[in-house]
Design a protein around this ligand. Structure first.
Ligand SMILES: NC(=O)c1ccc[n+]([C@@H]2O[C@H](COP(=O)([O-])OP(=O)(O)OC[C@H]3O[C@@H](n4cnc5c(N)ncnc54)[C@H](OP(=O)(O)O)[C@@H]3O)[C@@H](O)[C@H]2O)c1
Length: 299
């Protein structure tokens, strides 16, 4: 299969390119970084698809700085909804399957929720980011049947350790190194997901699953505070860490108090679930250490 990956320099994009290349010698992977393709540039996207003739397009590109996005809804809808719509149209013209990454932040409107959301639950986003991603989902669903829409959550990957974006794990490790007092919200629950684990799941999905809507995250769930505790435990660090609340830790965007996703459709499709979040975190910490040692960096 010829698989074109948009956003190939990102946390998920870089792991997906690597996993697809490792898992199957029959896949031809075409990675496109942001510098090589602006997903909102329709003529450019058109040209790239015509030239590369892929069987599958994976769109990992997004405008997902959740708080910043609140001030730039037009940009959010351009990247997260209109660009996916145009991709779906072009994919339909050429018979290409489209995989779109979406988010647990399409949920949250149900403040009483305490059980994992299935693919059948009705979304109710709380912020512009979640709304723009939900719009992207709907526009793809209305345009082209050969799609997989994959909602995931709390991503961290090795590219975030070295790229400009960063991720929550790296933020915690940096604050601990700097000897800061750390406060982390304990009233938002999710399933943090290592992008390499997710990439393996996506490769599986592309190879084996029918088209449709999927929730795909590491197994189990925790609050951000519990996630931070585990990061420090596995890293043998003992910073000053206190739980806080969303009311105390004010942000521009509202976030769900509970956005754990039940990975039901994946199970029904016979696809292996992703690892428990604790085991995946241990893998990540080992991998970042390896990468940094090979670069001669000390973190
Ligand atoms: N991060 C999370 O916690 C999370 C949670 C749930 C769902 N998701 C979804 O999962 C996907 C992957 O997330 P990630 O954490 O891997 O993100 P990431 O590390 O920021 O990677 C996204 C990549 O897309 C590129 N990109 C951004 N805007 C683009 C544009 N307009 N045209 C072309 N490329 C563009 C970025 O390049 P630059 O950095 O150079 O702009 C980056 O290389 C996204 O669709 C996101 O919405 C993420």
């Amino acid at each position: 299969m010829r698989i074109l990956v948009i956003g190939a320099n990102g946390q998920l994009g870089s792991d997906l390119v690597q996993v697809l290349r490792e898992q199957s010698s029959t896949h031809q992977v075409i990675p496109l970084t942001h510098a090589e393709l602006e997903v909102t540039d329709l003529p450019q996207v058109q040209q790239v698809l015509a030239q590369s003739q892929p069987d599958v397009v994976v769109n990992t590109a997004a405008y997902h700085k959740v708080d910043e996005v609140e001030s730039y809804p037009e940009r959010a809808f351009a990247v997260n909804a209109i660009a996916p719509l145009n991709l779906a149209r072009l994919c339909r013209e050429q018979g290409i399957a489209l995989l779109f990454l979406s988010t647990d932040y399409v949920f949250g409107g149900d403040a009483q929720r305490t059980t994992p959301y299935t693919e059948k639950d009705c979304p109710a986003p709380l912020n512009v980011y979640g709304t723009s991603k939900l719009a992207g989902e709907k526009l793809i669903q209305a345009t082209w049947a050969k799609h997989w829409i994959v909602r995931t959550s709390g991503l961290y990957g090795v590219r975030g350790a070295s790229g400009k974006g960063g991720n929550f794990v790296e933020l915690m490790l940096r604050l601990a190194r700097e000897g800061k007092d750390i406060r982390v919200v304990d009233d938002q629950r999710l399933a943090p997901t290592y992008t390499r684990e997710l990439a393996k799941g996506l490769a599986n999905l592309i190879e084996n699953a029918p088209y449709g809507l999927y929730h795909l995250t590491c197994s189990g769930d925790c609050s951000w505070y519990e996630f931070a505790l585990k990061i420090f435990e596995l890293s043998n660090l003992h910073p000053s860490l206190q739980p806080t609340t969303s009311a105390e830790f004010k942000t521009a965007a509202r976030r769900p108090s509970y956005s754990v996703l039940a990975n039901q459709a994946i199970r029904e499709a016979g696809i292996a679930p992703l690892k428990a979040w604790q085991a995946a975190l241990a893998d990540y910490l080992a991998e970042r250490q390896k990468v940094q040692s090979s670069k001669g960096e000390e973190r």
